[in-house]
Design a binder for this molecule. Sequence first.
Ligand SMILES: Cc1cc2nc3c(=O)[nH]c(=O)nc-3n(C[C@H](O)[C@H](O)[C@H](O)COP(=O)(O)O)c2cc1C
Length: 342
Amino acid sequence: MDYNNKLVLAPMVRVGTLPLRLLAAEYGADITYGEEIIDHKLVKCDRIVNDYLGTIDVVEKGTQNVVFRTCPEEQSRVVFQMGTSDAVRALKAAQLVRDVGILTDCPRCMKSEGQVKNASAMSISWKLIRTLVRNGDAVLVMAIADRPLRNGILKRIKITLLIFFLHSCNDVAAVDINMGCPRSFSISGGMGAALLSKPETIHDIEKTGVSALAVHGRKVPDRPRDPAKWNEIADVVAALSIPVIANGDVFDYEDIQHIKNATGASSIMVARGALWNASVFSPKGKLPWEEVKKEYVRKSILWDNEVKSTKHTLKEMIMHHSCLELPEGKAVIKSETLADLA
Ligand SMILES: Cc1cc2nc3c(=O)[nH]c(=O)nc-3n(C[C@H](O)[C@H](O)[C@H](O)COP(=O)(O)O)c2cc1C
């Protein structure tokens, strides 16, 4: 996927499900991120083709709980975001929706070296020592890798890698690793911002072969009301040669040009601005939010979106534009089904 000159819907937990992604794309978003899903959850899921809706569903095994739903219409622009603290588990999880991480040109030939690419800084270059077990679509290998120590010295370590062979499924256009989530749940689990405790390693991240980097101009202690530091995003843009997607405080279409000018980034990502009114991506200017809300509900019903997600998104919209204490807000709070929300 080309990451230059793109308008991007940001990842948003509970919000960035299929209806909002399709809506944002209709209004002009070129790339649409799904919400962050933790790899531990994904490895307990199955990929199911839903013929009734025409979707691909990632469903928790033994339940009806749809963790991720996508459809062919968005295949070329949807980014699947994952939370992880472990490269090999992330790789396995990502392969539910995308053929990532196969290291050599020809995995079946098992060339003797490669890179576990999981679109994150955790990619490891390795040299095969021996194949331990081959089992259908997977192979366990013993390898050696160079791990950088804190003092910059490389230490040679033995690692065991579980490699999955390609089973052609490319339901999403790309996989993104969340390296910025500041919640204590993420950080204590070694995920999110814990993966980026040393921002000066930005060049190492670039060297792993990632296609692009989205940068939100806030640090862990910053609150959403603190202004995003566009000047610091500009430093990242200047330091890297891969595309940088600038994110933070874009609420109107005109802000897109402002953040481009301030950061030098050609691609811009929008979160809250799109949650409150997905037509923020439209060059014609924003539509009335009630109109956007109606279309969002229509799409939620059409794609059988999880009620909790639709309800949460509607509440956020109403809280921003109106008030949850008014009859509409109260009705949304009371709703238990998509039909109630309609
Ligand atoms: C409701 C909500 C949910 C979010 N969930 C995620 C997430 O799942 N993954 C992530 O990387 N960032 C998440 N973020 C952060 C946004 O993607 C974005 O970086 C941040 O809100 C700044 O952009 P903005 O100023 O356009 O809102 C979330 C933000 C909001 C408001």
